[in-house]
Design a protein around this ligand. Structure first.
Ligand SMILES: C[S@@+](CC[C@H](N)C(=O)[O-])C[C@H]1O[C@@H](n2cnc3c(N)ncnc32)[C@H](O)[C@@H]1O
Length: 292
């Protein structure tokens, strides 16, 4: 951990918040508090345009926030959490019953088929909690959600309800939009902060569906934000313990003022791909780049 490289008196101190509402590959739940500790103490609105499972937003629990993501069924989970948390509990309970109504994995496969015929938030919510490794994968050719049933049992509806209540409280200050990062980042004003956690450029498009991701376009947006006095923190790629880059991304000179490596333990993606093999050398560190 490189927490000591900078004066840390001016940092945001929050407790770790490790209770996930959604399972999401690449989520930052376990070390979101470390990321948050590099945010400025005072800021206007907090923006998170690659929301995923909302780990950083949920950990920070800011007074005023905008959370967004380009994946519509996912975003609808967040909108429903803030508007009608009870509906999330009902969605989950209904599918929990279907899941256990037949011999495994028939119930899971029915929910998956329902999602694939009409991608929707209710099915996604349950699938992400019950699929193999918590890794929602889409077939490249046709966007079909292909992850098999997980070996674990999904949490029961009472436990899920407690999570919904906790997350509803923590997300009170946030409003949610289904959108690409571009128009969302354009809304940020001087004094605001944006945290970006884009898909790992080399590996994650298959995991989040067919959307393409253009890092160069994101870097341009970050530059524009910086010139307006908006602070931006960007999580990007990782390095293996051995020091090999997973992906080597050219960054414009002068855009970022600081670079920090945040410990994030073992990579979920590797765990999924390397089932049964040792991962001792696969520890990765997340790179956090700050424009301030
Ligand atoms: C690495 S995940 C974010 C994980 C999140 N930090 C968490 O803790 O769960 C990246 C997210 O970016 C979203 N995404 C991909 N392309 C996008 C785009 N062009 N605009 C907005 N969101 C996008 C994906 O749907 C995915 O949820």
């Amino acid at each position: 951990m490189q927490l000591d490289l900078f004066m840390r008196n001016d940092c945001v101190k929050v407790h770790p918040f490790r209770t996930q509402l959604l399972k999401w590959v690449g989520n930052k739940q376990r070390f979101a508090h470390e990321i948050v500790s590099y945010f400025p103490i005072e800021f206007g609105t907090y923006f998170e345009p690659f929301l995923g499972s909302g780990a950083v937003l949920g950990t920070l629990a800011p007074k005023k926030a905008i959370g967004s993501d380009v994946f519509k069924p996912l975003l609808e989970v967040w909108q429903t959490l803030s508007r009608d948390p009870q509906a999330l509990c009902e969605w989950y309970s209904e599918r929990f019953e279907i899941y256990w109504s037949e011999e495994k994995p028939a119930g899971y496969e029915r929910i998956k088929a329902s999602f694939n015929s009409n991608p929707n938030a209710a099915d996604l919510l349950f699938l992400c909690r019950s699929c193999y490794g918590g890794v929602i994968r889409f077939r490249k050719a046709d966007g079909y959600m292909s992850t098999p049933c997980g070996v674990h049992s999904p949490i029961n509806p009472d436990s899920f309800k407690k999570r919904v209540e906790t997350w509803h409280r923590r997300m009170k200050g946030a409003i949610f939009f289904h959108d690409d990062f571009g128009p969302i980042m354009e809304q940020a004003k001087k004094g605001d902060i944006i945290y970006c956690d884009p898909p790992y450029t080399h590996s994650q498009s298959i995991l989040y569906g067919s959307q393409s991701f253009d890092l160069a376009r994101l870097l341009e947006k970050i530059d524009l934000c910086k010139s307006r006095g908006v602070r931006v923190a960007l999580s990007i790629d990782g390095i293996k313990k051995s020091g090999n880059m997973i992906c080597d991304i050219p960054l414009p000179d002068g855009l970022f003022e600081r670079e920090i490596f945040v410990n994030c333990g073992r990579s979920m993606l590797r765990r999924f791909q390397m089932e049964g093999t040792t991962l001792e050398t696969e520890e990765v560190k997340d790179r956090l780049l700050l424009t301030y």
